[in-house]
Design a protein around this ligand. Sequence first.
Ligand SMILES: [Zn+2]
Length: 101
Amino acid sequence: MYCCNFLELSIADAGKKGIAVLALSTEYGRAFRLQFRACDMDDEDTLQNIPKDYDLPKLRLVVQTGLRYCPACGTNLQEIIKLHTPEFDALAVAHKRFVLG
Ligand SMILES: [Zn+2]
């Protein structure tokens, strides 16, 4: 279901610190998301325990945007979704806890 090595590795990095590609399925359709995390999702709880008076730098833990084409090879990702819909849907279920919004 992958157009190239970048997509396969980025999908495998869902929820980890750095760049990842996530599968998203909603009532509006299926799509990929490009996500950037400042820390692993499992470490977010640790950050919640930092004392309120501790002077932390302003940062965003997670940002995310839509992804129509593979950033590495240019493949239209909707074509991958159409060719591999059952596999994409299973991925979307697995990624649900990582996706914003
Ligand atoms: Zn690709």
